[in-house]
Design a protein around this ligand. Structure first.
Ligand SMILES: [Zn+2]
Ligand SMILES: [Zn+2]
Length: 343
């Protein structure tokens, strides 16, 4: 099997809902930032697909999903779907039943929700994890987490974050990471970075929070897709890699993580890809190698088993568990792999 790395941004809004950019502008920004694909998820709209924007243009593939945004309920990104009419007016569970019925699936957006009455935002945390549509979550929701840190009495802090986010971001919320580790003990759940990019202009300043191109350089998902699978049907291959968690998310503003590799090699020569599940067997070795040095941690069920500074780390699992790698660079969050599930 020949695995190829595909870099993309997940959770992007255009003028089809409340984003400031046209699809054309978004594709141009993606091209400038060096992305292979963008997953557009406008609020309750698949208009971009209906109007023929899906597919590849000058090297960037537009994938069209939808963020189901019912009033007073938590948000989900519904992917691999063709229609979403009326979903926002329904109970989440009913809408998700229909997502499954049309062959789609969902990733939970900003799973802890948010309560910012001054900004008019009231979203409860996600609760319905057992629904069969749910295949993963936004482990790190960039803009959402940034807005969460903004308080009017802390505006200077918010401004400095906006100017130099790469030196300020804290990475995925520890509560989301521990919830993910815990749920992984009973089921696979893909974890990705979501930019939740709207590129909203700040009145009277000429600034945007955050512009598309800038955002597309910050937080990226690196998917691993088998070459022939991609050649046969690129859209299906990307949807499937996102559903299965085949890859890692990286804060590429710190350092470009392209070229990082991660796998679990068994004694008999079998190679497990990130996000995959297999029975535990003695003699397996998990490896992460990086294009640049980092502080690497190898975790089992959320507990650190090994850590070292360098460009590679190997771990030998001693028993069943959910194993994954995290990497910091100068104390800042850089790279989070999807887990290997050894049962
Ligand atoms: Zn949302
Ligand atoms: Zn959103």
């Amino acid at each position: 099997m020949v695995w190829q790395e595909h870099i993309g941004a997940l959770h992007v809004h255009s003028r089809y809902s409340d984003g400031s950019g046209t699809v054309e502008e978004i594709l141009r920004a993606a091209r400038q930032a060096g992305l292979d694909h963008v997953v557009l998820t406008d609020h309750d709209s698949l208009a971009a697909a209906r109007e023929g924007w899906g597919g590849e243009r000058s090297g960037v593939r537009l994938m069209v999903g939808v963020e189901i945004t019912p009033r007073g309920q938590a948000h989900v990104l519904a992917l691999r779907v063709d229609h979403c009419e009326g979903y926002a007016a329904r109970h989440n569970a009913r809408a998700l039943d229909e997502v499954v019925a049309q062959g789609g699936y969902a990733l939970v957006a900003h799973p802890l929700g948010k309560n910012k009455p001054l900004l008019g935002i009231r979203q409860p945390p996600w609760y319905n994890w057992s629904h069969p549509a749910i295949r993963g979550l936004e482990l790190w929701s960039y803009t959402h987490d940034w807005v969460d840190g903004v308080a009017w009495w802390r505006l200077p802090e918010a401004y400095s974050f906006w100017r130099h986010p790469e030196s300020k971001v804290r990475g995925p919320y520890p509560g989301v990471l521990s919830m993910w580790d815990e749920m992984g003990r009973s089921r696979r759940l893909a974890g990705w970075g979501g930019v939740d990019c709207h590129a909203k202009p700040v009145p009277l300043t000429g600034w945007k929070v955050f512009g598309y191109e800038r955002m597309f350089r910050f937080l990226r998902n690196h998917l691993f897709i088998e070459e022939t699978e991609y050649r046969r049907d690129p859209d299906a291959a990307i949807w499937s890699a996102l559903a299965e968690g085949r890859g890692f998310l990286a804060h590429d503003a710190l350092a470009d993580s392209t070229g990082a590799r991660c796998g679990c090699l068994f004694d008999d020569g079998r190679l497990l890809q990130m996000g995959e599940e297999a029975p535990f067997a003695h003699g397996a070795v998990m490896t992460l190698s990086l294009p640049e040095e980092g502080e690497i941690r190898w975790l089992q069920d959320g507990r650190c088993r090994l850590c070292a500074r360098g460009r590679a780390l190997h771990g030998e699992p001693a028993g069943p568990g959910v194993y994954r790698f995290e990497v910091l660079r100068r104390g800042r969050p850089w790279l989070f792999t999807n887990p290997f599930y050894l049962r």
